[in-house]
Design a protein around this ligand. Structure first.
Ligand code: GLC
Length: 543
């Protein structure tokens, strides 16, 4: 491989780096209550350093009644006692920085908890000064809710409040009333909260559900969802046309960006589940930049076929506005884990894909172990979404189970009963055993991260060809004279694909030292390989 150097100043840390998402309740318990906490995460930082990730994103750790496990915040400038104290947080931040890593917090701007003092004031009377901090509307003459909008988590998006008889709006749970972002006082208060954490040294924020920040002030009823089919969750009956993605969102994101840009090298990531064309607006404009990384979730729902993934890569790269940086997500705390979506056989292939695409990858905790969704019995359900709309597969508990560290009782996660069950195979599927096994997914993930970090073509390079041929997806990554090709076999059979190469740099199915250079690359079932091509690839690879 042609050695080329990348100078530190050439790209921002979040362009070069790999982000690792931690669901704090489930990473490491340090005080024996069965729930993970900040001191626990600090204890495990050396693992993350060993794995080689550059930044950690924590799902919310602010004070919360936990109706939605922290996504219902009752104080934006504190730490929930379940997770520890502000001192624990400062310690985690300092220890993360000491190891050369960054820390990104979750920030939930769309709604607060119904126990937040702002909402308690707001609901107290119609003329309370904080009344307009939330979205209050009169009932229809019949007494019914103001319109047909539905909550993401089941039932109407409006709840009638006894004190005044008005309804308040909540895109999610009734315990998560939406803030009114048309009120400048709300913007100011939220900016102050960002400053609080930025001044402490936090490296960025993942902004929760920003496409939901505004709703149509005319309260137009939503049309029926044309894609709705019998058997689908009733939350999908109507298209959310008038509830999401209003143009005013971009102003708010630009305001957040002005706040973070006043500090050195901070990052904003935005969560918006939208079609790719619409996601692009969340980058903002050169005059009013938005978030640096609007999450690209489209691998999560993609058809797991070489041609479909190839088309997605080409489409996404083609849509990116000039100067905007791509990113890819394979899993998170809301969606079925990758090992369950594509099957255990393809988990390594998926990891190679994530870590060789152009753009910042976000890795979800325990996906590096190939953890699958853990079955949750009806008595074990904790997720409010599943409790409110049972039986449609909405439940997120299966993807939020504790990190299995070793084969000891409770997998080294806790000394108590864990808040959610462990994976049934934790005795074998755990960090300790995979660290000791050179053929494990954990070791492959670490090797891929290390290769990415030291290889500019992989870390920041552009694409050469992106093509699929049958079940094999091939793409090149280029940086100056450095050129690598990635070939991924999505099928369960051995295939030979025309790919002139000198060397296989890394394979998902173990070392290939005996490989002879040649013009045909042999890929075993579900194998992915990073190779040095002998010449620029072009032509002959049509789908
Ligand atoms: C986001 C979060 C999800 C949460 C919801 C409401 O989608 O990722 O976990 O329940 O917003 O805050």
């Amino acid at each position: 491989m042609t050695p080329v150097e990348l100078h530190n100043g050439d790209f921002a840390w979040w362009q070069r780096g790999v982000i690792y998402q931690i669901y704090p309740r489930s990473f490491q318990d340090s005080n024996g209550d069965g729930i993970g906490d900040l001191a626990g995460i600090t204890q495990r930082l050396d693992y993350l350093r060993w794995l080689g990730v550059d930044a950690i994103w924590l799902s919310p750790v602010n004070p919360s009644p936990m109706a939605d496990f922290g996504y219902d915040v009752s104080d934006y400038v504190g730490i929930d006692p379940i997770f520890g104290t502000l001192d624990d947080f400062d310690n985690l931040l300092a220890e993360t920085h000491r190891r050369g890593m960054k820390l990104i917090m979750d920030f939930v701007p769309n709604h607060t908890s119904d126990q937040h003092p702002w909402f308690l004031e707001s609901r107290a009377s119609a003329d309370n000064p904080k009344r307009d901090w939330y979205v209050w509307r009169d009932a229809r003459p019949s007494g019914a809710a103001p319109n047909n909008w539905l909550s993401e988590f089941g039932g109407p998006a409006w709840t009638r409040d006894e004190i005044t008889g008005q309804y308040y709006y909540h895109a999610y749970l009734p315990q998560q009333p939406d803030l009114n972002w048309r009120n400048p006082a709300v913007r100011e208060a939220m900016h102050q909260a960002l400053h609080f954490w930025l001044a402490r040294g936090v490296d960025g924020f993942r902004l929760d559900t920003v496409h939901h920040l505004f709703e149509d002030p005319g309260l137009t009823d939503n049309p029926p969802n044309p894609d709705f089919r019998p058997g689908m969750s009733p939350t999908l009956t109507f298209a959310r046309k008038h509830q999401v993605d209003l143009p005013e969102v971009q102003e708010v994101l630009a305001g957040f960006r002005r706040v973070t840009d006043a500090y050195d090298a901070r990052l904003l990531v935005g969560e918006a589940y939208l079609p790719l064309e619409k996601v692009m607006a969340y980058y903002g404009t050169p005059h009013a930049p938005g978030v640096q990384l609007p999450f690209n979730f489209h691998l999560i729902g993609a058809t797991w076929k070489a041609s479909a993934i190839g088309d997605l890569i080409t489409q996404y790269d083609g849509l990116l506005p000039p100067g905007c940086w791509p990113n890819w997500v394979l899993g998170n705390h809301d969606r079925t884990r990758i090992a369950s979506r594509v099957g255990a056989d393809s988990a390594a292939l998926a990891t190679m894909l994530l870590l060789t695409l152009r753009g910042t990858p976000t890795l979800y905790y325990a996906d590096e172990l190939g953890l699958a969704d853990v079955p949750i019995s009806p008595e074990q359900v904790r997720d409010p979404w599943e409790l409110r709309v049972p039986g449609f597969g909405s439940g997120r508990d299966p993807v939020r189970t504790p990190m299995p560290w070793d084969g000891s009782p409770h997998a080294g996660f806790t000394t108590a009963t864990p808040w959610l069950p462990l994976n049934g195979d934790f005795a074998v599927r755990n960090v300790e055993s995979q660290r000791a096994d050179a053929a494990s997914l954990l070791r492959l993930t670490r090797d891929l991260i290390a290769l990415r970090q030291r290889t500019p073509a992989l870390c920041v390079g552009g694409y050469g060809i992106i093509e699929s041929r049958g079940d094999v997806l091939t793409y090149e990554r280029l940086w100056g004279e450095q050129r690598l090709a990635i070939a991924l076999n999505f099928s369960g059979t051995t295939v030979y694909t025309p790919l002139p190469h000198t060397r296989v740099v890394l394979s998902t199915v173990g070392p290939r030292t005996a490989e002879l250079p040649g013009s045909l690359l042999c890929l075993r079932p579900f194998e992915g390989a990073i190779i040095e091509p002998t010449q620029q690839l072009h032509g002959g690879f049509s789908a």
